[in-house]
Design a protein around this ligand. Sequence first.
Ligand SMILES: *[C@@H]1O[C@H](CO)[C@@H](O)[C@H](O)[C@H]1NC(C)=O
Length: 230
Amino acid sequence: PGQPVPGVFLHKILILLQVTLSVVVGKTLMILFPNAMKRYILKMGEKSRMNRNPKFSYENWGPTFFSFKYLQFVLKVKWKRLEDEAYEGHPAPNTPVVTLGGEVCHVLDFMKDNRPLILNFGSYFSSIADFLIIYIEEAHAVDGWAFKNNIVIKNHRSLEDRKAAAQLLQKNHPLCPVVLDTMENLSSSKYAALPERLYMLQGGKVLYKGGVGPWNYHPQEIRAILEKLE
Ligand SMILES: *[C@@H]1O[C@H](CO)[C@@H](O)[C@H](O)[C@H]1NC(C)=O
């Protein structure tokens, strides 16, 4: 890929305009028609796992939509997506990651022969495939687009901060290894993984590229592919 710089700059400006416009419209509608907007946002929430947690009511996350922090975060996600280098059928970016023990390795080191490897980029969450959680930057840091009543984690200023956040996840005993994106955030960038995303790699190539979370993060799509492979 790799576009000429003026193209990227223009693209970023267009994204800025588009995001700003959608936030202004969203905020206005939220003020004018609070109930209709609540229904709309809840409907969007149904597509994610956001409203499956009974302790995490709409009041904790719904009203944070269309805030300034929301704008900043959505802008960052969309700008970062311009650095995407992962395409289905193409070689998988072999970006660096760090184990919780502090050892630097690469995503493809986790591939075993021809077994599919599922990359789960993001935060919380096997038989014929291997799984790897890659802990990337916080989607809902307390000093960013924060949700109420959520775990308190600040934007990571250092790899130590990121490790501390991943250790909270590790405490919930995920059924697969957890590694950290480096502070250059290369894994997150090259896989356009913010805020959360699923991939399946096989034989060094990208076999499946999931949609952008939370709305289009669908583990059942991975299950469907694995069932076919079985
Ligand atoms: C990577 O993400 C962290 C937030 O977790 C941020 O502080 C840092 O500046 C980012 N690094 C780069 C190179 O953008």
